[in-house]
Design a protein around this ligand. Structure first.
Ligand code: ZN
Length: 327
């Protein structure tokens, strides 16, 4: 199991709720935001344990903690019970439940996960309970983005964000599930700082191929003939261009970090071993490459043709490389 608890317990979001619990001032409703959709529900369950556990903050071992983890604790309700989004009907049942007294604990927690998929009618139904919930009722709303939520919902909840994690923290939380350290470093370097994305990339068979292609481009591309050769190769590999651009960006960032601050600051050490001899990239040409990659990422968002885009990008990188060599 990914050790999500070790990750989240260091966040401001967790510390805020912990402080409020310890001072007896838990809010009625929280909105927990994380880009990690894969682990959103697990994060919400950790917050529920934090709020309910009477042995610690949380102890992760008592009856309440164990049962919440298994989604079997009588005073913690997880919605949606079926399907992918919390519906109006489910909000109705939540409201009914909220008037009944807790059974084991001194409070009741209602978890609404993936609230970004709730429709406006369901959100509207929730408003009154969010504003004035019955005594000892707390609502934990989790979402991957706050934009689909009504402003009337957002104004009634305390918003807390789980930000992207630093690479070292992800590495220690994932190393048990992802034993290949080399592969894990590469996956984390390409992730958006979420455990879910890093884990998915670790298990993504194409990441290594994409990295090898990006390394080849940096080390071996010398002439405009090579530009065509490599843009064809990238097209034939059918790799995801966005992924290729992120990997290429990371490699150039590592070249920059190496040139400016030294090898200790390189993030993807394994791939870096293969590109560190690409000495003909001066700092100016590395910065140029990074700027063009950002431009390519923008163009990709506007649905630029992938083959033409890689061709354009590789030419720009090559041109920059020779321009700064002559200076
Ligand atoms: Zn506990």
């Amino acid at each position: 199991m990914i050790d999500l608890y070790s990750l989240v317990k260091e966040t401001g979001a967790f510390k805020t709720v912990k402080g409020e619990k310890e001072s007896g001032r838990l809010s009625h409703a929280y909105l927990i935001l994380t880009a990690d959709g894969e682990n959103l529900t697990e994060y919400l369950k950790i917050f529920a344990r934090l709020m309910v556990c009477s042995n610690g903050s949380p102890c992760n071992a008592c009856r309440a903690c164990t049962l919440i983890e298994k989604n079997a604790y009588s005073d913690v309700y997880l919605y949606p019970k079926t399907g992918e989004s919390v519906t109006s009907e489910e909000v109705n049942s939540l409201i009914e439940e909220s008037y009944l007294k807790p059974i084991e604990s001194d409070k009741k927690i209602f978890i609404l996960t993936h609230a970004e998929t709730m429709n406006a009618a369901a959100q509207n139904k929730l408003l009154k309970t969010l504003e004035e919930p019955p005594e000892n009722v707390h609502i934990l709303i989790g979402a991957t983005s706050e934009f689909p939520l009504l402003s009337t919902v957002k104004s009634r909840v305390k918003k807390l964000e789980i930000p992207p994690y630093a690479s070292e923290r992800l590495f220690s939380a994932l190393k048990e599930d992802c034993p290949d350290a080399e592969k894990l470093s590469a996956a984390i370097a390409c992730s958006d700082g979420t455990a879910g994305n890093a884990f998915a990339l670790y298990n993504d068979q194409t990441l290594k191929d994409v990295t090898d292609l990006a390394v080849e481009v940096i080390v071996d591309m010398q002439s405009s003939k090579d530009v065509l050769k490599y843009s064809n190769k990238i097209a034939l590999s059918k790799c995801d261009i966005s992924k290729f651009l992120s990997v290429l960006e990371l490699l150039f960032r590592d070249l920059l970090a190496f040139n400016e601050k030294g090898e200790a600051f390189v993030s993807n050490k394994v791939a870096f071993e293969k590109i560190k001899d690409a000495k003909n990239f001066k700092i100016g040409s590395i910065l140029n490459a990074l700027e063009k990659i950002t431009e390519a990422q923008k163009r990709k968002k506007f649905n630029a043709n992938s083959t033409m885009l890689t061709e354009w990008l590789l030419f720009q990188i090559l041109e920059g490389k020779y321009k700064w060599q002559k200076l």
